[in-house]
Design a protein around this ligand. Structure first.
Ligand code: 0X9
Ligand code: ZN
Length: 299
């Protein structure tokens, strides 16, 4: 079964999603939104007491294969929401939650079994023997711009076209159909301990950046109180540099989502992507704190 003392393979994560759906069939819907190059399912769980009317929050993890703390955190968020659903406050129960713990299942399994530091997905390139596209450079926003590469062998290869990848296409299509009432897009990565918001593809702040900064700062303050970790709240391009093709920017530019955050979880470089399992619980709690704070802000 599921626990947060260690990292899990894809099948355990998917079994956990099925378990939750089985326990709360009336409010859960489990979608297979597509398949990967290696024929793995792409799964999203929706939790809602009123999908037609409630405002929506999307949460994803595992865009980058080696960032194992991300799927661990997103499954923990799912657990936090559901283990006590009846007693959740109105600002949580009154939302529709879309949860995708692993956007890049092929890469995740490849990182688990073969190459721990793999980042991209596992699609084959035509021109070279190299594999993989960086899904966070493949979305249709500033796709040809800075911060990505046209070289299929690069770790930040943007792909042959915007949304060329099955994962990108599946998520983009799924969300485009559901953009009505979509208020928040949260995407979990590691590492660096940051809560950042658009833009990333250009050195400009979004119009309502003061609102986004305030909510991010609130989340960061609460994290410090809860676990003692220090996170940074900032505009993406100021702290991570300019990069096009990101899912965060796309959700704002293409769908008009207001609360768009990329959360870079622990740590700040001691272990980097290879975060020991003993840190999962507190890190996941930090991730949950961001989700909670955003949910409260949506109101
Ligand atoms: O570069 C990324 O994709 C993210 N950092 S990571 O170390 N996890 O790879 C940051 C994403 C910030 N947003 C965009 N670049 N759009
Ligand atoms: Zn990442």
């Amino acid at each position: 079964g599921m626990h947060w003392k260690d990292y899990h393979d894809l099948e355990t994560i998917y079994a956990f999603m099925r378990e939750i759906r089985a326990k709360y069939p009336n409010i859960c819907r489990l979608y297979t939104i597509g398949q990967t190059a290696e024929k793995r399912d792409l799964k999203v769980l929706r939790i809602s007491e009123n999908p037609r009317e409630f405002k929506k929050v999307w949460i994803d993890g595992g865009i980058h294969a080696r960032e194992w703390i991300s799927p661990a955190t997103v499954t923990f968020i799912l657990y936090q929401l559901m283990h006590n659903w009846e007693n959740q406050p109105a600002h949580i129960r009154g939302l529709t939650w879309y949860i995708m713990p692993v956007m890049n299942p092929d890469g995740y399994e490849y990182s688990r079994t073969t190459n721990r530091l793999w980042r991209k997905n596992r699609s084959a390139s035509r021109r070279t023997n190299c594999f993989g596209v960086d899904l966070n450079r493949n979305f249709d926003i500033g796709w040809t711009g800075f911060g990505s590469s046209k070289d299929p062998c690069s770790d930040v290869y943007r792909g042959s076209a915007a949304a060329s990848e099955l994962e990108t296409k599946a998520v983009s299509d799924f969300l485009a159909k559901r953009k009505y009432n979509l208020e928040a897009y949260l995407t979990y990565h590691s590492y660096g301990q940051m809560v950042v918001y658009p833009w990333a593809y250009k050195a400009v702040k979004v119009k309502d950046s003061s609102v986004l900064q305030r909510v991010a700062s609130t989340a960061v303050d609460r994290i410090a109180q809860k676990t003692g970790s220090s996170y940074t709240a900032a505009v993406t391009h100021e702290v991570l540099g300019i990069a096009g093709g990101g899912s965060d920017d796309w959700s704002r530019a293409a769908l008009g989502v207001k609360y768009v955050y990329t959360i870079e979880l622990r740590d700040r470089g001691t272990y980097g992507f290879v975060l020991p399992p003993k840190f999962i619980k507190d890190t996941a709690l930090e991730g949950w704190t961001v989700a909670e704070t955003v949910a409260q802000s949506i109101g």
